[in-house]
Design a protein around this ligand. Structure first.
Ligand code: FES
Length: 156
């Protein structure tokens, strides 16, 4: 995949501004993600070259910290609440069902780019446990057997 030059110009400006500071890697990666939306291999290689560090260092940080994405996010972000109230009401089974229906692990995006599946902390709607959100739509008091119909709605 190739990105427009403008984005790399913006990234270069960020790197130039930060590269002599201590602990510059994380802020540079964060800004790079803001610019590109995620951290594709091309961008990881670019940062490694500019900072004169192995690309494996960047990959290591990107996979360790949940805020970094190595692939583009889906059109629909599905957030499955794993907070206590939801957990005791079966959110793990809801998450498992979503993973099965979408054929992806949590944290990943479907090949068609439609869905990203995330397990998250309390979504602030505990009275509706177990809760998921699909972008801004909230679904509560869920059972796993309701999942296929919900997904189908977004596939149309
Ligand atoms: S624990 Fe799930 S919404 Fe609060």
């Amino acid at each position: 995949m190739s990105f427009d030059n403008e984005k790399f110009v913006a990234l270069q400006a960020v790197i130039d501004g930060l590269k002599h500071e201590q602990g510059a890697l994380m802020p540079i990666m964060q800004k790079a993600q803001d610019i590109f939306g995620y951290l594709p291999e091309e961008v990881q290689n670019y940062i490694a070259k500019e900072l004169d560090i192995p690309v494996s260092d960047i990959y290591g940080v990107a996979t360790f910290y949940a805020q970094f994405n190595l692939e583009p996010k889906g059109k629909y972000i599905i957030s499955v609440c794993m907070g206590t109230a939801c957990y005791v009401k079966g959110s793990q089974q809801v998450l498992d069902k979503l993973a099965e229906v979408l054929e992806i692990e949590p944290g990943r995006t479907t090949k068609d780019g439609l869905f990203t599946l995330n397990a998250t902390r309390c979504l602030g709607a505990c009275g509706l446990a177990p809760v998921i959100m699909v972008n801004d739509d909230v679904y509560g008091r869920l059972t796993p057997d309701q999942i296929p119909a919900i997904i189908d709605k977004y596939r149309e």
